[in-house]
Structure formats: structure tokens, C-alpha cells
Design a binder for this molecule. Structure first.
Ligand code: ZN
Length: 383
């Protein structure tokens, strides 16, 4: 399945706004039912029961008729999925109530829409409203499954979900690379190449501070505050888009060159706890996600190296392990065994590249048996 997202061009989106408000209302109603049911009877209402109850309610409630029955059912499915994630402990908190003007979405499954090149018509037996969107790239017209209308940062998007796989891309070379992540240089490769991340948040910190100050000066609940909040949110989104763009390009560049990429399995929560905004500005976890997505297109393997592997304390030439701990300001060090000078990051990247070979030797602690790729721990989405 592939999603294609397009921004809606039209300025008059009152119809869509009302649909989003309705979707938020239905979510809140169902969530309230679940909470009350648990409070009074200690029971969770099953999805089927909830769906049949809401279907009856919908017929009596004129406002809810704005959404078709399948869209309403999809909202309940999302709520149920969120609860199931909470019960399975993959989600920390149960689903929350939404404000009426919160961002949200609703989905057309089989009916209620006609999509025609770059125009989407909402239909209820006849066309009710039409919206044109910026079609910056083509989607396979014959494979459209569902269409979702989404509001994000006061902008409306059409997300077209198509039943097809990502295109596979050709690779230039077939090498192996070890990558070391750092704060100053975003990534260091084993051959000494570096990529420095433009610090997007820090570069725009002054403007963000200015916009935040405007928000805090405005009276709560006022229209001017709403406008200021929207301005701040848009600017934050802009910063994020710039960072995303840079990361996508870097991921493509790496996957095009290497057949195997070895990266550290970092504890990113620890990074953020230690370095705060400096670390979150880099968005390493989001980069790793992008790298994995792009790697599948190029058929590049991403191998996560054990997080307890002391990559920066081993000499990549002779395998000698340093007994003392290197300070964070020691960017270069000399191996006491073979007397070769090493740059800290490059040595770490080389060690990560040679990881399989090193693990077999004595350089790593003997209790470590997290050798295989499948056993490498996955990190929690920290950033
Ligand atoms: Zn050495």
C-alpha cells in the first residue's frame, strides 16, 4: 500500500471543516461511552457492539449524517485500534478526547467520493462539493483503495491510498559502510567522509522565540491568539519540512552507494535526556526510519550493531580495547598497542563496519551474545 498526499488548493473549505468537526464529535462520543462502560460495569464495549449502537444513533442525529456510514465505522475502528495498542502495552496512554477544532481526519472507503485527476468530489447520491488539489505527482488511478481527508496545521490534504508497492531503484555501487552518529557531525562514514547536519531548529530559534512571545502576549481564547498559534505552528512545520527534505536526500545518497549499511542501535532517549534540544534537532530516529524505508527500494541491507559494542574504545587496526574511558572532548587518540593515531568518529565507524569480525574476537565482552541481526534490539521511538 502506498499513500499519496496532496494539498487542497481551495480556500473555501467550510464543508471539509464541518466533516472534521463531526468526526471529532463521534470520536469523543464513542470514547465517552467506553469510559462510562468501564466505570459502571468494568467492561470494554466490543467494536461490533459499538458500531451497531453508533449506526442507530447516527440515523437520529442530523449532524452525524454529514459523514457516510463507512466513514463513521472507520473512526470507531481507529478508536478500537488505539485501545488495543494500549491493552497490548505498545501504547503508553489510552486514547484522549479531541477538541472540536483539533486536527483530524476522516476516510472514504468505497463510496462518498469521486476522484477525477486533480479534483475530489464529495458525493451523497449527487455531488455535494468539489475541491481541487495540487497534484505534484501522479498516482495510479486504477489502484485507488481509500481516500482520506486530513486537516493538519489548518491546511487540508487529500491522502490517496493505492494498492501498489514502492518502485525499486537501481544502486550504483555494492560496498559496505559503517556509520557513526554524532552531535557535531551528523554521520561519519568509515572512509572518513562526513555529513554535517544544518541545525534547522537552532538556525530559526530567534524567529521561533519571537513568534512564541507573540502567542503568550495574546489573550487566551481570543481570535488574535488563534492566528498567532497558527503562525507559530506553520513555522514549526516549515522547519520540520526542511529537515525532512535534507534527511530524505541523504538517505537516498547513502542507499544508492552501499549494499550494506551498518549503524549503531542507539539509545536515543538517553541522547535526548543528556543533550536536550541539541539532540532532538538532529532527529536521528526519524532519519533511521527514512533510511530503512529508502533501503528497501534500493535492496540495501541495514544492519543494527549491538548497542553495548564499544565502538569508540577499540582500535580498528589491531583490535586492542582501551581500558580507560575516553572523554567526550577527546576527538583523537593513540592506540597504546600499535601506536596508530585515530580520529574518534572515523575509528568508531570503522569498528561498526568490521563489527562481525570484532565480535568473534575477544574485543567484546564475552557475555554479549546479541550477535545476529535479528537479535539486535530495536529502539523505542524516542524523538
Ligand atoms: Zn591498535
Amino acid at each position: 500500500m502506498l499513500n499519496f498526499r496532496y494539498r487542497i488548493k481551495d480556500k473555501d473549505v467550510a464543508e471539509l471543516s464541518e466533516c472534521i468537526i463531526t468526526s471529532n464529535n463521534i470520536w469523543n462520543y464513542a470514547l465517552r461511552l467506553q469510559r462510562k462502560s468501564y466505570e459502571w460495569y468494568g467492561k470494554y464495549i466490543s467494536l461490533a457492539k459499538l458500531q451497531s449502537h453508533i449506526a442507530k444513533k447516527r440515523k437520529k442525529n442530523k449532524c452525524w449524517l454529514k459523514l457516510n456510514s463507512q466513514s463513521v465505522q472507520e473512526i470507531l475502528q481507529r478508536l478500537d485500534a488505539s485501545y488495543q495498542r494500549f491493552f497490548n502495552k505498545t501504547q503508553k496512554h489510552p486514547p484522549k478526547f479531541k477538541r472540536w477544532d483539533d486536527d483530524g481526519s476522516f476516510c472514504f472507503k468505497q463510496c462518498g467520493f469521486i476522484i477525477d485527476n486533480d479534483v475530489i468530489h464529495l458525493t451523497d447520491r449527487k455531488i455535494v462539493a468539489s475541491f481541487s488539489f495540487l497534484k505534484h505527482r501522479a498516482y495510479p488511478k486504477d489502484k485507488v483503495c481509500t481516500v482520506r481527508i486530513k486537516r493538519y496545521n489548518n491546511r487540508f490534504y487529500v491522502v490517496v491510498c493505492c494498492d501498489c508497492n514502492p518502485k525499486s531503484l537501481a544502486r550504483d555501487c555494492n560496498g559496505t559502510a559503517g556509520i557513526d552518529f554524532g552531535l557535531k557531525t551528523f554521520i561519519t562514514l568509515d572512509d572518513g567522509k562526513e555529513e554535517v547536519c544544518p541545525r534547522f531548529l537552532f538556525k530559526n530559534a530567534k524567529k521561533l522565540r519571537k513568534l512564541s512571545k507573540v502567542v503568550s502576549r495574546r489573550k487566551k481564547g481570543s481570535n488574535r491568539r488563534k492566528k498567532a498559534v497558527a503562525k507559530l505552528a506553520n513555522f514549526h512545520a516549515k522547519v520540520k519540512h526542511r529537515r525532512d527534505d535534507w534527511q530524505w536526500k541523504l538517505a537516498h545518497k547513502l542507499c544508492k552507494q552501499y549494499a550494506v549499511i551498518k549503524i549503531e542501535d542507539l539509545c536515543l532517549k538517553g541522547w535526548v535526556a543528556l543533550w536536550g534540544r541539541k539532540a532532538s534537532d538532529l532527529a536521528v530516529s526519524s532519519f533511521i526510519q527514512k533510511l530503512q524505508y529508502v533501503a528497501a527500494k534500493y535492496k540495501t541491507d541495514i544492519i543494527k550493531v549491538d548497542r553495548f559494542f564499544a565502538s569508540s574504545h577499540i582500535c580498528p587496526d589491531c583490535g586492542h580495547k582501551l581500558e580507560r574511558k575516553l572523554g567526550l572532548d577527546e576527538r583523537e587518540w593513540q592506540c597504546p598497542a600499535c601506536k596508530i593515531e585515530h580520529k574518534r568518529d572515523v575509528a568508531a565507524a570503522r569498528n561498526i563496519k568490521q563489527w562481525d569480525a570484532t565480535v568473534r574476537g575477544d574485543a567484546v565482552r564475552p557475555s554479549s551474545n546479541r550477535g545476529s541481526v535479528s537479535e539486535a534490539r530495536t529502539r523505542s521511538p524516542g524523538l
